[in-house]
Design a protein around this ligand. Sequence first.
Ligand code: PMP
Length: 453
Amino acid sequence: MTTYGERLAAMNKAHVWHPFTQMKDYNNSEPLIIERGEGIRLFDMQGRAYYDGFSSVWLNVHGHNVPELNEAIADQLGRVAHSTLLGMANIPAIELAGKLAEIAPQGLTKVFYSDSGATGVEIALKMAFQYWHNRGTKGKTTFATMNQAYHGDTIGAVSVGAIPLYHETFRPMLFPSRVIPYPYAYRHEGGEQGAMESTLSALRQLLETEADRIAALIVEPIVQGASGIIVMPPGCLREMAALCRKHDVLLIADEVATGFGRTGAMFACELEGVAPDLMVVGKGLTGGYLPVAATLATDKVYEAFYADYEEQKTFFHGHSFTGNPLGCAVALASLKLLEERRMVEGVEAKASFVARKLAALNDRPHVGEIRQKGLMIGIELVRDKVSREAYGWTERIGVRASLRARELGMLTRPLGNVIVFIPPLASSEAELDEMTDILAASIVHATEGGTAS
Ligand code: PMP
């Protein structure tokens, strides 16, 4: 007699191909099968509880099984689950677009819906490309991006991606992009100042010589996520935006990871007063509940598409589930909770608490750098603290620390040698206290051979 759990584990092994996962490794490990969630914790089939220390891949805002969000979905479900935006509208999609226009950085008044961060990025790229086409500006057909950028896994998003491990295999099927250095101060000999200078001078040079060929620059504002939670030096984004404006190159802000309070402002762009031409949001838009993303555009972009039908300026793009009413309804409810509970305003105090707790880790021999913006934290582990020598790929130091965290009751997923800590914004101080203890213990265990539990 096998149990239901055992049968599920066998089916998982037989049929589920997991994303970003070497299945040979995975199939040799004990599967974690989540059955339910409550607050900021997830529970497996054996009833074991785990803190959601990475917000289920950086998207959960209010925790799991939140009554207000559940109700918003149930209420909408009683009306209609889906009806398209192709040629008609629906109530939650209209209301959400209005709300997004109200809270977005200045000038972003138009909302185009999709269903994942990657599709939102595709839309931004196609909009930027067609913007120049529609305006009759010839030749602005390439994109600038940043070294180690990650914008999703569809072909356009991968074309402006620059993480060799994920993207190089596909290079022959991608369109070429121009890549400028990302200001990675920890690994730049000139530190913060030098890193920022390298970035800005590369961008300046690129735009001075090739702006007539570049449609847009796409950027993960303030925090580059998948490369290892790398925080830009202050002022860098503002200067980059100014260069784009000066050279008539559109700026696309990919706020998929940073949006909705994660960095301490509603959108990371606001931290430097930057108003992009296009902005992509996803993940936390629905509180992390349902797959809705949106690409926001300025009137200037929108107007380039606004013409008599015969002029062929229409944006021919749209997904079946565009403007999904269930997703839009839960997004509205999530934004309402963010406002009512003043959660974005509360991020700073929680972030300072976490920073104080984690500061002790700086004395550890293998903690290279603790990077943080708001509740987005990455801890880079190094083999040698003085030379900053990285751990080898096969040592899987990040995986080891994450597995230890799981044993101690918290889920996270590393980015190479960087341990990620991205708790739900709703985490209380007591929960942050426990989670940071687990984080620290896991790091010490993985790097110092189990001297702490
Ligand atoms: N852009 C950024 C900055 C991201 O971090 C991600 C996802 N981690 C994406 C785009 C892609 O989003 P999705 O996984 O929803 O396609």
